[in-house]
Design a protein around this ligand. Structure first.
Ligand SMILES: [Zn+2]
Ligand SMILES: [Zn+2]
Length: 371
């Protein structure tokens, strides 16, 4: 099939006639220095790639960690070279298709999978793109916004296979789903076999990810859902997202969970914080044949052994998501099954957005929108 004329235009020619040639990008220039705006060339899509005009780019706590990395520090600066555009929660519109991409048209809305993958390794073949041997580096995956150019710029290039078409869905609304949403979706989906009528699930940490973990648990499982956080206003959010019991994190939390669950504890625990204290709570309420899923990167540890967690309870660390997770998450959004909350900011106002994220002042996610 011949690609349409619009796709056959030579992108280099478009640049040459001066329509678009440079763009402003928010970049890590050097470890240990604040991120900054830099004028960079508009990227050109190679074979199998697509040039996207950005519409929505969500900001994430990982961005704060990346920006705060000192030279050589784990987990980012020790494996990534500086000199990349931030932004790993992206959705936009097709601007131009590279050679061999015939199933998208300029103007099509797409979500960007936030796990860059090779498509050829053992894990990619098995549908575990988040563990791609070419790009996974311990606790992180090299991806757009994390080691290579991301979405905090007017344009971005993405391999076609890492895009999910959105139809009529608004890409600004979808942006938070491409990391916060889909990472939570993976943690929940992998645990559904432990959740049956009468079971209980616990979500620890009701931030950007927790909002979605609660919703997916309620949508996809029959479990009673507990939400725990240190901040009272976040617990109010948890109730709006559908949690059955919202508990402040303090010395009595374990007891309260045991009481409210009739002494059973939690069959599935999703820890989106990952501190010593939250992992200790997870272990203390774990149930036989249950599952503790660690997602949060706070760096806490849990001693595992007889008497430490429930017998036959599984402990796992969940990293990122798969392409099918993103497709399914977007489908739930298309069916209007998700409460997606965000505040939008212009790219020029990104420092305000990061400040409000850092201070915990946002309602939902911060999404950078583009004119
Ligand atoms: Zn993130
Ligand atoms: Zn791979």
């Amino acid at each position: 099939m011949q690609p349409p004329v619009a796709q056959r235009r030579n992108w280099a020619k478009v640049l040459a006639i001066g329509k678009v040639n440079v763009m402003k990008a928010y970049r890590i220039v050097e470890w240990g220095k604040p991120a900054e705006f830099v004028d960079v060339p508009v990227p050109s899509p190679g074979p199998g790639e697509v040039l996207l005009r950005m519409r929505g780019a969500g900001l994430c706590r990982s961005d704060l960690d990346i920006m705060g990395s000192t030279p050589g520090s784990a987990p980012y600066a020790e494996v990534l070279n500086p000199g990349f555009t931030l932004g790993h929660e992206n959705a936009g519109e097709v601007e131009f298709c590279g050679a061999g991409v015939h199933d998208l048209q300029p103007g099509d809305r797409v979500a960007v999978h936030n796990m860059h993958h090779c498509g050829n390794c053992e894990f990619c073949h098995h549908g575990h793109e988040q563990s791609c041997t070419a790009f996974a580096r311990g606790a992180i995956g090299i991806t757009r916004g994390v080691g290579i150019d991301g979405g905090l710029a007017e344009f971005m290039v993405v391999p076609r296979r890492e895009l999910v078409p959105l139809g009529a869905l608004d890409p600004v609304r979808v942006a938070p789903l491409t990391d916060a949403g889909v990472t939570s979706y993976r943690a929940v989906k992998a645990s559904l076999d432990r959740l049956y009528p009468g079971s209980t699930a616990l979500v620890i940490g009701i931030g950007g990810l927790g909002a979605y973990a609660i919703q997916f648990l309620k949508l996809l499982s029959p479990a009673t859902v507990f939400a725990v956080d240190r901040a009272p206003d976040r617990l109010a959010d948890a109730g709006r997202y559908g949690a059955d019991h919202c508990l402040l994190s303090d010395a009595t939390t374990r007891e309260a969970i045991m009481d409210l669950s009739g002494g059973r504890g939690a069959d599935v625990i999703i820890d989106l914080v990952g501190s010593d204290a939250t992992l200790a709570l997870a272990a203390a309420v774990s149930r036989p044949h249950g599952r503790i899923v660690l997602v949060g990167l706070e760096g806490g540890t849990l001693k595992v052994g007889w008497g430490r967690i429930a017998t036959t309870c599984e402990f796992t660390i969940s990293l990122g998501s798969t392409l099918s997770d993103l497709q399914e998450t977007c489908r739930l959004a298309a069916d209007d099954r998700l409460l997606i909350e965000y505040e939008s900011f212009s790219l020029d106002d990104i420092e305000t957005a990061f400040h409000r994220l850092r201070e915990g002042q946002l309602r939902g996610r911060a999404v950078i929108t583009f004119p």
